[in-house]
Design a protein around this ligand. Structure first.
Ligand code: SF4
Length: 364
């Protein structure tokens, strides 16, 4: 591997082992300035290149028309600019959702979901891992098992690649694709900071949401570090018994520990938490569940998103019927927090919540 002599470590072992070039999307603006300075290039060059990468979504160095040919050649020799390759794009017939299946340099696959909302927002759901170690039984990704964490470049490239292809640029990011973001904390936070960068996509921190299934040490760290990104938590049950089934890591980080960590987060940040509640027929849809939700969330600044479960081929849970859903919502009437129903998009292309399973597409 040719190198600028600039070392950053987290992914370098993986890169060395695979004898591939460095991934330029790993570099923050400051890191890029340092790397290029070592080659005698001025800071403004690094700034120009960063803008090409993150604002203009360049997928090749040759697009960088204000960069000299000799520098472009050097960059080409030493860096990979795009670390993803498109395998498939599936467009929903039901709504405006597109699901991208990307091949990584080591042959593994991940998925990203691009959704145009009715109110003009364009949301990208990004993946943070290949597979996931948590193994939630309702989630197709969990069934893949854990393969590896994504690098920052592989996370960032999901946005730059899709923005380079779609007419309407992404306005909102949710870290709700394949993987548990707080188990790939450093790479995820770095990617979120790049999405937020004034020299990059410039997506406001309040339009970037990190979603966790309840990794309590990650929530503590997120609180300590005082990040401005939004926090969402998959709740999916109203007691430990239900959560132990829905989110197995609850056996390690109980509901009580989770709620205590979130209480601290809301106190320190002044922000509210979004709770995601996948409603499953005959499992967590009873009157008692609705009452317990009121008690559990009543003392914390939050909003509750109820997501009717999407049936998939990988799990035996059942979707709630409209009648059950409506009754459940009625029971939450006058709850001291906002309640919304979020219907997943892209169900016909398995792009909805809990349906991402990269190998499905590879096999067909
Ligand atoms: S729901 Fe999230 S945390 Fe659970 S297995 Fe799926 S990707 Fe992992």
């Amino acid at each position: 591997m040719i190198s600028f002599g600039f070392s950053f470590s987290k992914n370098s072992v993986y890169l060395e082992m695979n004898k591939i070039k460095q991934q330029i999307l790993e570099f923050t603006l400051d890191e890029l300035k340092t790397a290029l300075a070592q080659k005698g290039e001025k800071n403004f060059r690094a700034h120009q290149i960063f803008i090409w990468l993150h604002k203009k979504n360049a997928q090749s160095f040759d697009e960088m028309s204000n960069i000299s040919k000799s520098l472009r050649d050097k960059l080409n020799q030493e860096f990979d600019i795009s670390v993803l390759e498109i395998s498939t794009v599936m467009k929903s017939q039901m709504d405006t959702t597109s699901k991208y299946l990307f091949k990584l340099q080591d042959g593994q696959h991940i998925e990203s979901v691009y959704m145009k909302q009715e109110d003009g927002r364009v949301t990208l759901c990004v993946s943070t891992m290949v597979g996931c170690p948590i193994g939630c039984p309702y989630c197709a990704t969990g069934l893949m098992g854990f393969r590896r964490n994504l690098t920052t470049a592989e996370i960032v490239n999901q946005l730059t690649y899709i923005n380079s292809l779609e007419e309407q640029p992404v306005t909102n990011i949710v870290f709700m694709g394949m993987g548990e973001p707080f188990l790939n904390y450093d790479n995820v936070i770095k990617a979120a900071q790049m999405f937020n960068s004034p020299s990059g996509a410039e997506i406001s921190a309040r339009k970037i949401t990190l979603s966790t299934c309840g990794i309590v040490p990650g929530i503590h760290r997120f609180t300590r570090e005082d990040h401005k990104f939004k926090l969402a938590v998959s709740l999916n049950g109203t007691n430990d018994e239900q959560r132990n089934i829905m989110i197995p890591v609850n056996r390690k980080y109980s509901l009580k520990m989770l709620m205590q960590s979130l209480q601290k987060y809301t106190e320190r940040s002044g922000q509210r938490v979004t709770f995601e509640y996948i409603l499953v027929k005959n499992f967590n849809d009873s009157n008692e569940d609705a009452m317990r939700l009121k008690t559990l969330l009543g003392s914390i600044p939050c909003k509750l998103n109820i997501i009717p479960y999407n049936e998939n081929n990988h799990c035996a849970f059942l979707a709630p019927d409209e009648d059950t859903l409506n009754k459940f919502i009625k029971k939450l009437y006058k709850a001291p927090f906002a309640v919304t129903v979020r219907r997943s998009k892209g169900q016909d292309i398995a792009a909805a919540c809990g349906q991402l399973y990269a190998e499905t597409k590879i096999a067909t």
